[in-house]
Write a protein that binds this ligand. Structure first.
Ligand code: F6R
Length: 330
């Protein structure tokens, strides 16, 4: 049964991190000015997550080509694509090559793997055969290894994070995931990050719910949402009171101002949505806290898939779109 198949992959997150911690990696890429990470979907999200751990400025680019500033101030660059065949990422790499850049690469193969190996670019080839979004531990872990001099990581952080996600996915997180999924039943989830650390995880939750449960979901982040989205819950409140569930991803590193904002935002808007839930990050290091929340999001997306008898593995529209695009003239 497909839910069990994806469940095994979620259970494998810890081992994927251990693999990345031990893999033979090239010398860390030097990042004198800043780092540009390119990648889409389940691969690109590793760039967002790593940007929170970086001690250098990081831009994550999700689209064709490169941002305009790159030709004036060439940064260190890394391309992420699990399949190695994603056209936006390949177009960014081609443009980088034209500019004389030497991108680092994390991939399971494909055209990107070939070009990285052929040009002798720094690269890590991760094990293949998975859905990209189910390879988070390989992709994010390998990205961290490629830039290990430019991220806030201590020895032992990888294994502590791997152990923590094993505990959550292996049992400790299951009841909370089931409760959260019950709160979201027949509702559209809106996932809120409350600070810089939890915001990219809110995006990961949204995309995991989209792809695993085939369920619409959106995400936003505090404090920005207090300047726009906070006024949006009244006009359609007969609908949102029945059909919107909010989950806030919380972390102890939230400032007291953000905490006050969160409480006030809940007071002002909570009655205009059907349900509000919270999940707190666990662990000590930033890596553990990010990955503990990612693991919980994976579990919730699986619970939603199970509740709707949905196959979490297949993403037919993504694949069909890629095929149809390949037939379009360039
Ligand atoms: C599929 C998935 C997608 C892909 C995206 C880019 O599991 O998560 O979001 O990640 O279509 O493909 P890759 O990751 O191969 O570059």
């Amino acid at each position: 049964m497909a839910v069990e198949e994806m469940e095994q992959l979620v259970l494998g997150l810890g081992d994927q991190l251990r693999w990345a911690a031990d893999v033979e990696a090239p010398a860390p890429i030097e990042v004198p000015g800043g780092l540009l990470i390119v990648g889409m979907g389940g691969s690109g999200i590793s760039g967002d997550l790593v940007s929170v751990l970086a001690s250098v400025p990081v831009t994550v680019h999700k689209g064709y080509g490169l941002p305009a500033w790159v030709s004036n101030r060439p940064p260190a660059m890394i391309a992420l694509s699990y399949s190695g065949n994603t056209e936006e990422t390949l177009s960014a790499v081609e443009e980088a090559r034209d500019l004389g850049l030497t991108p680092g690469v994390v991939t399971a193969g494909g055209a990107l793997g070939e070009v990285a190996v052929g040009n002798g670019w720094p690269h890590i080839i991760v094990p293949g055969g998975l859905q990209p979004r189910a390879a988070l531990g390989y992709m994010m872990g390998s990205l961290l290894r490629l830039v290990e001099d430019s991220v806030d990581l201590k020895p032992g952080d990888f294994s502590a994070a791997a152990d923590l996600v094993d505990q959550l996915t292996g049992g400790l997180g299951r009841d909370l995931a089931a409760d959260l999924a019950a709160g979201l039943r027949d509702r559209i989830p809106v996932i809120y990050g409350t600070n810089g650390l939890t915001s990219p995880v809110a995006q990961r939750w949204k995309t995991q719910i989209n792809e695993n449960a085939k369920w619409p979901a959106w995400w936003n982040t505090m404090p920005e949402l207090d300047h726009n989205e906070i006024v949006s819950w009244t006009s359609l409140s007969t609908l949102t009171r029945r059909h919107v569930g909010i989950i806030a991803l919380r972390d102890d590193s939230e400032s007291s101002r953000v905490e006050a904002r969160y409480n006030l935002t809940a007071r002002l808007t909570g009655s205009d949505v059907a349900w509000v839930g919270e999940v707190w990050a666990q662990g000590v290091s930033r890596l553990e806290r990010i990955l503990s929340l990612c693991a919980m999001g994976d579990l919730v997306s699986l619970e939603l898939a199970r509740a709707g008898s949905i196959d979490p593995m297949a993403v037919p529209e993504i694949e069909t779109l890629k095929q149809l695009l390949a037939e379009e003239p360039l």
